[in-house]
Design a protein around this ligand. Structure first.
Ligand SMILES: Cc1cc2nc3c(=O)[nH]c(=O)nc-3n(C[C@H](O)[C@H](O)[C@H](O)COP(=O)(O)OP(=O)(O)OC[C@H]3O[C@@H](n4cnc5c(N)ncnc54)[C@H](O)[C@@H]3O)c2cc1C
Length: 387
């Protein structure tokens, strides 16, 4: 057993950290408040190969795994730039395409994802179905060689920045007549696809949207994979990378908040010559949060290692646990940082309250803490489902 990164992974960590720090949380917040995107940071990360670390080299990527992508997510977040679209485009879309796309789809989409010039976002959540994906109501129907999609999706991140949206829809199984899931690469400018931006209480340069699909017609090759049978495995293929990278983003955000807070409490003096950090009422909550973040990081490392070793089922358990642990740790770290900074904690200048909305959302999305607890209760503890 080793807890060390390889020299290449260490170099990647240092290089991404340096890039993130050059931009910093001030840049992230400025973009968010101006209603703009982190275009420069994304483009530079793409040019330097960080967005494609997990994409095979023959499609322009770095040939690494989810371990490398998790390093990128964590270090950018630890520099105050938690980029949600890393979880959607390189983690979900690139993995799904690599594992289950046709060769033609891989050639067409992966090089652009690797260099950052293209983004593909992911649409599964629906207003009616919520956490219950068995109730998805978006339907794809065959019409000649084309597919015609109808339905509604909600909270879809980054549609305004993406060339395509990977839509999860239901199709009819010709054998059983049952509806089964399939994934479609739908251009964001397709006729019949409209969107409206949701007002979210999250300081972020990335936006969420309601999507309406009204008779959206796409050609046969928009169906991800060789046949309808690719749908379910492709859907599951995206879940582990999603959970692991979102957990890494949470751990990085927790580290960022604790670092900001520790710098402050080590130097702030309000009772004579002692720093406020010398009072255990201040330092213990911070130390407690640091322990929780470090525990989450360990589980992320385990999940990523299992995933990259092709041990998907075990990675599923660890990935869910990592996502749970990191979501809770990030929320605790940011809340604690705000508290120990006092009034300064609520200012934009000190850059921690700006993350409150994001870490709160991290306990809900992309899978809620309750649904993870349901998963663990059922698959690890052998309990019956209540639903
Ligand atoms: C910032 C943000 C970005 C997002 N980006 C995307 C995206 O890019 N693409 C996408 O497809 N989706 C996205 N989502 C949607 C996200 O995945 C969902 O919000 C999440 O899966 C929860 O679904 P819901 O909101 O419908 O909650 P609901 O399913 O309505 O659940 C509401 C509450 O009830 C709890 N609950 C529900 N069922 C059970 C049960 N059986 N047992 C115990 N508790 C239960 C849930 O845990 C939750 O706390 C995003 C959401 C947010 C907030």
């Amino acid at each position: 057993m080793t807890f060390d990164l390889t020299p290449e992974q260490d170099q990647l960590r240092d290089a991404v950290r340096a890039l993130g720090r050059r931009y910093g949380h001030g840049y992230f917040v400025e973009k968010a408040k101006a209603g703009e995107h982190t275009t420069e940071l994304w483009a530079e990360a793409g040019r330097l190969g960080y967005l494609g670390v997990n994409i095979p080299t023959e499609y322009g990527g770095g040939g690494g795994g989810i371990t490398e992508l998790a390093i990128v997510c964590e270090e950018l977040a630890a520099a105050g730039c938690p980029l949600l679209l890393l979880v959607v485009s390189p983690a979900i879309a690139a993995t799904v395409l690599t594992r289950h796309g046709t060769e033609e789809q891989r050639k067409r989409h992966l090089p652009g994802l690797a260099d950052g010039s293209q983004k593909i976002v992911f649409a599964i959540t629906e207003p009616e179905a919520g956490s219950n994906f068995h109730r998805l109501g978006t339907v794809a129907r065959r019409d000649g060689d084309d597919w015609v999609l109808n339905g509604r999706k909600c909270y879809i991140s980054g549609v305004d920045e993406a060339g395509h949206v990977l839509v999860v829809a239901r199709t009819e199984d010709s054998g059983t007549g049952k509806l089964k899931p399939a994934l479609f690469l739908v251009p964001t400018d397709a006729a019949g696809l409209t969107r409206s931006k949701l007002d979210m209480e999250i300081v972020s340069p990335e936006n969420q949207f309601l999507l309406y699909l009204d008779d959206v017609r796409v050609p046969a090759d928009a169906l991800l994979g060789e046949s309808l049978d690719a749908g379910l495995p492709a859907l599951f293929a995206g879940l582990n990378p999603e959970r692991i990278t979102v957990a890494a983003m949470g751990a990085g955000t927790g580290r960022y908040a604790i670092e900001r807070a520790s710098e402050y409490t080590a130097t702030r003096k309000v009772w004579g010559g002692r720093s406020i950090g010398s009072h255990q009422g201040v330092s213990h909550p911070l130390a407690h949060a640091a322990v929780q973040v470090e525990l989450a990081r360990l589980m992320i490392q385990k999940a990523a290692t299992l995933y990259d070793a092709g041990r998907d089922l075990e990675a599923g358990v660890s990935g869910n646990m990592a996502k749970y642990a990191a979501g809770e740790a990030a929320a605790l770290a940011v809340d604690t940082a705000v508290q120990v900074l006092g009034g300064a904690g609520m200012t934009t200048e000190y850059g921690v309250a700006t993350l409150l909305g994001a870490v709160r959302a991290g306990r809900i999305a992309p899978v809620s803490r309750e649904m993870i607890l349901n998963f663990v209760a059922q698959h690890v503890l052998g309990q019956d489902k209540s639903y």
